[in-house]
Design a protein around this ligand. Structure first.
Ligand code: PLP
Length: 398
């Protein structure tokens, strides 16, 4: 079945992904099963999406209940789960208002539009430039790839959207030198995900906040990957003792259903009035009912505490692995957003892990990224570590 499926896919689908030769059929918790019945422990979680694992009974129930009740009516009307979800997010963050879209890129689009509109409304029409970070990742739409600080992602799509300036991450003098009267916002990931699991230095974010305050510039945090408990706090900004003005969420918010959210403080959010921005499916009942259940489970099952303690355990084990294998250059990250930089290409290691029943991810060629469901057990981590230990030893000796 898999061979036929792969052949058909290669013929009928846009070839935008280099896929692994495996088709998954079902999942449960941190386990996945392919069409041949082989099981895998999932340290990818759909790229930091399925934070509560696969086929979570409470989410399945919430979604089934909603499917049988109401799928969609349009944002011309109020619906219950959407408002409840927005209220929960407001209650549990710095923000006062929420706009819902369907993906991370759309959440960032909304943030970019809001930042521009905010200054237009104040009569500062020329203040539209946004400073983002080198090696950042903000999405694949034209505006968000324009905001992304990676040449390879913008390549082939010129002319990109005007108004983005890039500075090196964790470099305060560079930011000070770049910020000017036409800068409306600084946009960054508190911990860069796709860019290599690179964390902001604590002092850096505090200084960025200060620079933004002094210049009246908005601070936008892209927490699409870091949000919803991934790093051991509900939102990564909570590690740093500061707050942004705008924040975007997506990936794990509905544990696998497509959603994006843009959150903002009151004075800024109100720049979006009727007609300023919209989305047909944004915050539709089916998706927001799943997200609302995710939020409740995070609290009820103390999942964020788990992310913190399990993440610390995992990082310790990776550091111990680094002591034994000189080809490991660096171990980095926070909570269950962890990276391990190798001196060699990571792709063969990913492939061998897969052959041994573990899904892991490789970014920027040589960085293995570990982003399992937050409910991953220490025993499952131990099994992966033993597997990596063996693979790395064999890689060096061969
Ligand atoms: C995944 C990701 C995005 C893009 O999200 P999509 O849902 O794929 O559009 C944007 N920013 C960050 C930090 C991400 O990790």
């Amino acid at each position: 079945m898999t061979a036929a499926l792969m052949q058909l896919a290669d013929k009928v689908m846009a070839a935008t992904y280099q896929r692994f030769p495996v088709a998954f059929e079902k999942g449960r918790g941190c386990q996945l099963w392919d069409t041949a019945g082989r099981s895998y422990t999932d340290f990818v979680a759909g790229i930091a999406v399925c934070n509560l694992g696969h086929a979570h009974p409470r989410i399945s129930k919430a979604v089934s209940r909603q499917i049988e009740t109401l799928l969609h009516v349009s944002n011309l009307y109020y619906t219950l789960p959407q408002v409840d979800l927005a209220a929960w997010l407001v209650e549990n963050s710095f923000a006062d208002r929420v706009f819902f879209g369907n993906s991370g890129a759309e959440a960032n689009e909304a943030a970019i539009k809001l930042a521009r509109k905010y200054f237009k409304d104040r009569g500062e029409a020329d203040r539209f430039r946004i400073i983002t970070m080198e090696r950042s990742f903000h999405g694949r739409t034209l505006a968000t790839l324009s905001a992304t600080g990676q040449e390879k992602i913008r390549k082939g799509f010129d002319p990109v959207l005007a108004g983005f300036d890039f500075v090196p991450f964790n470099d305060t003098p560079a930011l000070n030198a770049r910020i000017g009267p036409s800068t409306c916002a600084v946009m960054l990931e508190p911990i860069q995900g796709e860019g290599g699991v690179r964390s902001a230095d604590e002092n850096y974010l505090q200084t960025v906040r200060q620079i933004c305050d002094e210049t009246g510039t908005l601070l936008i945090f892209d927490e699409i990957q870091t949000g919803m408990g991934r790093t051991g706090q509900l939102f990564a900004y909570q590690h740093f003792g500061i707050e942004p003005d705008i924040m975007t969420l997506a990936k794990a918010l509905a544990n696998g259903l497509p959603i994006g959210a843009m959150l903002a403080r009151e004075t800024i959010a109100t720049a979006f009035g009727p007609g300023a921005h919209a989305s047909t499916f944004g915050g539709t009942p089916i998706v927001t009912s799943a997200a609302l259940e995710v939020c409740k489970i995070l609290v009820d099952d103390r999942v964020i505490e788990k992310s913190k303690t399990t993440g610390a355990y995992f990082k310790e084990k990776l550091l111990a692995l680094k002591d034994r294998h000189t080809i490991i250059e660096d171990v980095r990250g926070r909570g269950l957003l962890l990276g391990m930089k190798l001196e060699i290409d990571g792709a063969p290691v990913v492939k061998q892990c897969m052959q041994n029943g573990f899904l892991i991810n490789c970014i920027q060629d040589r960085i293995l990224r570990f982003i399992p469901p937050l409910i991953i057990s220490k025993a499952e981590i131990d099994q992966l570590i033993a597997c990596l230990d063996k693979i790395l030893a064999e890689t060096v000796s061969s």
